[in-house]
Design a protein. Structure first.
Length: 88
């Protein structure tokens, strides 16, 4: 039997058996570099920023992000980006 990977490569049962044997022997080199966690959002390091808002605004942000299907962090990043562009 053959399997097609997301990248289009074809893997056969024999190839998978060979990889399994290498894994069990401790000689398998893997499929490339593994990076833990989700991909970075930006090419630079992120920093946490904390500030206070009235409860009514927090509730409005939560409602807006739920409607749009985005995180609160993404909402705040977009708001900061828009304001930075506006004040140039």
């Amino acid at each position: 039997m053959e399997f097609k990977t997301a990248s289009g490569a074809i893997l056969t049962d024999a190839m998978l058996d060979e990889m399994a044997q290498e894994y069990e022997d401790g000689t398998w080199e893997g499929c490339g570099e593994v990076t833990m966690g989700r991909p970075k959002l930006y090419d630079e390091d992120m920093e946490t920023v904390s500030f206070r808002l009235p409860k009514s605004r927090v509730a409005a942000v939560e409602a807006a992000t739920a409607r749009k299907g985005i995180s609160k962090s993404e909402f705040y990043r977009r708001a900061v980006d828009r304001e930075l562009l506006a004040i140039g």
